[in-house]
Ligand binder design. Structure first.
Ligand SMILES: [Fe+2]
Length: 385
């Protein structure tokens, strides 16, 4: 057994955390039990049928829901400001986030800022939020983000860079993770969001801040996601596969607060901020290249990741680790995820500028088990192109 680290790790969970098929009903019953009368439901327009059934169920129990369904892309600071502006004319006691990562991140920030003097610009970074007075409940409709349990919210700033707001006040009061809500997610979105969740688990396990308390979630999350992603992409109605992804994504989310991600996410941010490539796809494409780059610094860790991915051990840990990166490529191919940045339409001339931008994401780069310099970042992008 590896020796235990001498350092403590702080994990923060929502006070109520429910996972399981149909737990949306539990959410409705719990809200009624809390004597809430008015809620703001933050969501996206394509989720209208689900939104309608939830608002009707709430109405039946005497709870009125105002709906903000404007979060239809990765959120920008301007989108958040518009939602906050509208929310000021509404009367509500709780914010409910119902959607994927973009929706949940926005809902979290609305709950934190709607009755605050702080402006969105003032809260970027770690620990800048001064509090949250509005109850916050999150229901993810994709298996990927982990936002329903994390202290993170990511926004595209005015300079088109993705920036994080990290605060314990963004951990929701309650999260209901219902795999049934993910059954209608289309295959490409299942693939991309599932890969994002897998990257959360891999980057939490291969991380300078890795810790036994999160290793447990990370390794099991890798097993669950790697073993079921292709099935869920091929048959979205497969409840076993959807459940495994949903639980794996929750486990990845639980690692985000205490350990967080590393170079894959840092290098993926410029793809989203500048080129509007989805977060999951950006991460998926870069993952095997960042693994190739980093694994020599921690072959034992990457070999354990490879085994959790389903790879048989080779003669050396480094060889097992390399087979892990290969297994990721096969998984991506099986899920019809492109293996190269050029397939995403990125111009080769943009790689240096992307590397410059990625180097500013120091809060994640510092977690990587091998230091990433600007030259390394350019080289990883070139290999991935
Ligand atoms: Fe992510």
């Amino acid at each position: 057994m590896n020796s235990l680290p001498a350092r403590p790790l702080k994990m923060q969970f929502p006070r109520t955390l429910v996972w399981g098929p149909n737990c949306t009903e539990q959410f409705i019953e719990d809200l009624r039990g809390q004597n809430l009368r008015r809620v703001l439901l933050v969501t996206a327009r394509p989720l209208q049928p689900l939104t309608a059934s939830i608002t009707a169920a709430l109405q039946d129990r005497g709870i009125s829901a105002a709906v903000d369904d404007t979060i239809n892309q990765e959120p920008t600071i301007e989108m958040l400001e518009s939602s906050l502006e509208r929310s000021r004319t509404m009367d509500f006691e709780a914010v409910i986030g119902l959607g994927g990562g973009s929706v949940l991140d926005t809902a979290k920030l609305i709950a934190a800022l709607a009755r605050s003097r702080q402006k969105p610009d003032e809260v970027f970074g770690i620990g800048k939020l001064t509090g949250r007075t509005i109850r916050l409940v999150c229901l993810p409709t994709t298996s990927g983000t982990g936002s329903e349990v994390s202290p993170n919210a990511i926004l595209v700033d005015r300079d088109k860079k993705k920036k994080g707001v990290i605060s314990e006040f963004l951990v929701p009061d309650a999260a209901y993770v219902d795999p049934l809500l993910t059954r209608t997610v289309p295959p490409p979105v299942t693939a991309a969001t599932g890969m994002d969740a897998l990257v959360h688990c891999i980057e939490a396990y291969a991380n300078r801040g890795a810790h036994p308390m999160t290793d447990l979630y990370a390794l099991e999350g890798i097993r669950l996601i790697a073993g079921n992603l292709k099935t869920a992409v091929e048959n979205g109605q497969d409840l076993q596969a959807r459940s495994a992804l949903s639980l794996g994504s929750l486990y990845g989310g639980l690692c985000l607060g205490p350990v967080n991600t590393a170079a894959v996410h840092a290098l993926a941010y410029p793809l989203g901020g500048e080129f509007h490539i989805s977060h999951g796809l950006s991460n998926a494409v870069l993952l095997p290249y960042v693994m190739d780059f980093t694994l020599s610094a921690a072959p034992a860790r990457y070999a354990q990741i490879a085994e959790a991915l389903g790879v048989r051990p080779a003669a050396t840990e480094e060889e097992t680790a390399r087979r892990g990166a290969e297994a990721i490529r096969q998984l991506c191919a099986g899920c019809r995820i492109p293996l190269r940045l050029s397939e995403l339409g990125l111009p080769k001339t943009a790689l240096e500028k992307m590397a410059e931008s990625a180097m500013t994401v120091t809060r994640l780069l510092k977690n990587n088990l091998r230091e990433v310099t600007y030259e390394d970042a350019v080289s990883i992008y070139r290999k991935a192109w």
